[in-house]
Design a protein around this ligand. Structure first.
Ligand code: ADP
Ligand code: ZN
Ligand code: ZN
Length: 739
């Protein structure tokens, strides 16, 4: 008996199983997917590997066959389903088998038990309330925040306090000395929270919500589960639907996976799940150590939990019988993996659901074009929730033409309208958010006078400015010198955007010296907790204005905000990427929706050089359908996903010339055998051509048939196996992140 073993080294050359003899003592014990130790190479060094299958005869001289040493300590047998998933990932996204296995396997095999601390309330409800009142009078906001949290829930994990709530260790210490609380150490993350039997949280679903729940359950019970898309604005009751569905599925003895972009997982949402499912729910996030993640997998395997909440990797929780997979904020870019295999959680969820016979429920206020077009074609079942259950009305939106401001003599980064409304809010003591959507910003060039953006004539995406003043297309490699005057209106005001959040903060302080402002961007959120600290400080009204990048438009709710200003909608419109319009629409819609969540009505100002751009127009009108139709036309016309499929082949190498030559050679060879319906563009330098001293090139292949792209990828892998280049090559199907 021989076993095929993949050794634990992530390199293309080793991406084939080696055959090992199975010693008699292990026969019958060994299963596919197990982790074993094997001697490897000339020195017979002992390394780890995964068993991928068995064979009766040795494919080479049996005398040369080595023997499996042992089953690795603490090894995890991958269930067949996970194994099948790894094979599917490898086939559809292109990676080594070992990378695919590592994606679906719990990160590490050793469990290190960490003591976990929680904070427990020791005072009674009344006494805590009076202490809270005292802290509020003394404006001790952090203490007040901690006390109100403890009123909601008697015991809270320490990390939540310092993380989500932004409470310092000092604050906890001083309240502990005052006898209000106690810090308790626990052995592990199990039973992370003891919940107070508070008022029953469960809401009676309204008709629209009930219709969704009934439809999904009916299909599930009939054994014909489908994929469902819930299109509903924030506050329209989607989470309540998820909770109900998950509860019903769990009652039937099956398990549930709740996918959520980590950044959007708020304390409130977590509480809602804990209240419903108690210790039967577990949360997966980046704060867990690999040992803890492994521990959670073990609990799932043993049937100790029914529900897992987490980012895309929660999909690979080794549950025996998943009944439902919910994916909230389905449009989020973080659902696409940025390392090989570069899978999309939506597609992987569909595959997990197929293997388990589970339903998939997608939810979003601004669905991806992929999901919405499938709903349109009847592949998914579409539901719409259009009523905001939390009250508050949609804000009034003003679109300001920045080139007109310039013509009329205002050179400031604040339009007159925005400045006027800001002054008004500061007067009234209401809060404002200033948003700089810098995402995808890659040095594009536009005219400040007429708004004209320099675009590639072949790909209709923005050209990016490279050093030396050349403009380059990152899809096809087209290049031209940067013009001195705008080709459309002849103005000399042509160039790149330079404004950053810091500059905005300075200008704001200049104009409104008394305004208290907070800034949130890559610089101010370097430490682990600073992100939540800034958010909770703003939520506690410790500042009047919050300035930030896209980080601030997600998750947290700020009822005190009545004004949102988008400083330059063009920044994300100019991204050198075919999804620029979609991202801009999503960001603007989210940003605008931040105003007026409370009782006071809200207003939003969108500043832009392209006031007529459809992404701006439809976002201002909060019209998803309209945006969808227009964006879909553009995708159809140019053959971008979801109208067609796109494969990015990315080449990474330390030597610029050699990396480029490999890209050229690979592209050329693929071109020669390219099927008629496919088209190859490039190669071109990546938008960040050099990162950490590694040069990056990319070329794209468009084709309507996904499977054809998979075949082209297989062909590329074959060629690379023959050529054995030093450079590494990665594949990205229907890319979301541009390189
Ligand atoms: P979403 O997930 O779409 O943002 P939620 O499910 O969080 O919406 O609901 C928004 C708010 O409305 C929550 O405070 C929730 O408790 C409340 N809510 C949801 N469904 C109902 C309902 N059927 N009746 C009353 N309140 C509800
Ligand atoms: Zn111009
Ligand atoms: Zn181009």
């Amino acid at each position: 008996m021989y076993a095929d073993v993949i050794v634990d080294i992530s390199h293309e050359k080793l991406d084939k199983p080696f055959s090992y003899r199975v010693p008699e003592r292990l026969e019958g014990k060994l299963e596919a997917g197990m982790c074993v130790t094997v001697p490897f190479g000339g020195g017979n060094k002992l390394i780890k590997g995964f068993v991928t299958g068995f064979r009766e005869t040795c494919p080479f001289d049996p005398d040369k066959a080595k023997e499996i040493r042992d089953i690795a300590q603490d090894s995890v047998g991958v269930e067949e389903k996970l194994m099948a998933l790894a094979v599917w990932l490898r086939k559809n996204y292109g990676s080594t088998m070992i990378q695919a296995l590592k994606t679906v396997l719990p990160a590490k095999q050793t469990v290190k038990r960490l003591a976990h601390r929680t904070v427990r309330r020791t005072l009674g409800r009344e006494e805590t309330l009076s202490l809270l009142g005292e802290c509020q009078r003394k404006k001790q906001v952090a203490k007040a925040r901690l006390l109100s949290a403890l009123l909601e829930q008697e015991e809270i994990p320490y990390e939540w306090l310092t993380g989500k709530l932004g409470v310092s260790g000092q604050t906890v210490g001083s309240l502990e000395r005052a006898g209000a609380l106690q810090v308790v150490s626990r052995e592990s993350f199990r039973d992370p929270v003891k919940l107070e039997s508070g008022p029953e949280e469960k809401k009676k679903l309204d008709e629209a919500q009930r219709e969704i729940v009934e439809a999904v359950m009916e299909d599930l019970e009939a054994g014909t589960p489908r994929t469902y898309l819930i299109h509903g604005i924030t506050g329209s009751g989607k989470t309540e639907v998820y909770l109900e569905l998950i509860e019903r599925v769990v009652k039937k003895g099956r398990q549930a996976v709740m996918l959520i972009p980590e950044i959007a997982l708020t304390y409130q949402t977590l509480l809602r799940f804990y209240r419903r499912f108690g210790s039967r729910v577990s949360v997966m996030n980046s704060m867990l150590s690999p040992g803890e993640k492994y521990d959670q997998c073990q609990r799932a395997r043993k049937g100790e939990i029914d529900v897992i909440i987490g980012p895309r990797s929660a999909l690979f929780t080794p549950f025996p019988d998943i009944g439902i997979i919910v994916m909230d904020e389905e449009h989020e870019g973080s659902y696409k993996s940025e390392s090989s295999p570069k899978y999309h959680a939506r597609e992987a969820a569909l595959e997990v659901a197929r293997l388990h016979g589970a339903a998939v429920v997608l939810g979003s206020a601004t669905p991806s074009l992929e999901a919405y077009s499938r709903a349109e074609s009847g592949q998914y079942r579409l539901f719409t929730l259009s009523r905001r259950l939390t009250g508050g009305s949609l804000p009034t939106v003003y679109t300001v033409d920045l080139s007109r401001e310039l013509r009329e003599g205002n050179r400031s980064i604040f339009s007159r309208k925005l400045a006027e409304l800001l002054a008004d809010r500061l007067d009234k003591g209401e809060q404002s958010i200033l948003f700089l959507n810098r995402r995808g910003y890659a040095g594009f060039v536009s005219c400040r006078s007429c708004g004209h953006v320099m675009k590639c004539p072949h790909c209709d995406v923005s050209l990016s400015e490279h050093t030396g003043g050349r403009l380059v297309c990152h899809y096809c490699g087209f290049g031209q010198p940067k013009p001195a005057r705008c080709p459309k209106c002849g103005s000399g005001y042509i160039g790149g955007f330079k404004a950053g959040t810091q500059q905005i903060e300075e200008k704001l302080r200049e104009m409104f010296p008394r305004a208290r402002c907070l800034r949130m961007d890559g610089d101010t959120t370097k430490t682990k907790d600073s992100y939540s600290r800034i958010l909770s400080s703003f939520a506690n009204r410790e500042a009047d204005v919050l300035i930030g990048t896209q980080m601030i438009v997600k998750g947290h709710d700020f009822p005190g905000v009545t004004l949102v200003g988008v400083l330059a909608a063009d920044l994300s419109l100019g991204a050198a990427d075919y999804r620029a319009g979609e991202r801009t629409f999503q960001l603007l819609t989210q940003a605008v929706g931040r105003a007026g969540r409370g009782t006071a009505p809200g207003e939003a100002v969108i500043q832009t050089y392209q006031p007529e751009h459809y992404a701006v127009v439809y976002a201002a009108a909060q019209d998803y359908e309209g945006f969808y139709r227009e964006e879909m036309l553009y995708r159809e016309l140019l053959g971008y996903p979801p109208a067609s499929h796109l494969l990015a082949v990315q080449i990474f190498g330390g030597d610029r010339q050699k990396a480029y030559l490999l890209a050229e050679r690979l592209a050329q060879s693929l071109r020669e055998s390219l099927p008629g319906q496919a088209a190859l563009m490039g190669p071109a330098p990546a938008s960040i051509e050099k990162l950490n001293d590694i040069f990056r090139f990319v070329f794209y292949i468009k084709c309507r048939e996904y499977d054809t792209l998979v075949q082209i990828k297989d062909r590329a892998e074959e060629l690379l196996k023959q050529w054995q280049p030093q450079e590494s090559v990665q594949f990205d199907f229907d890319p979301v992140h541009t390189l």
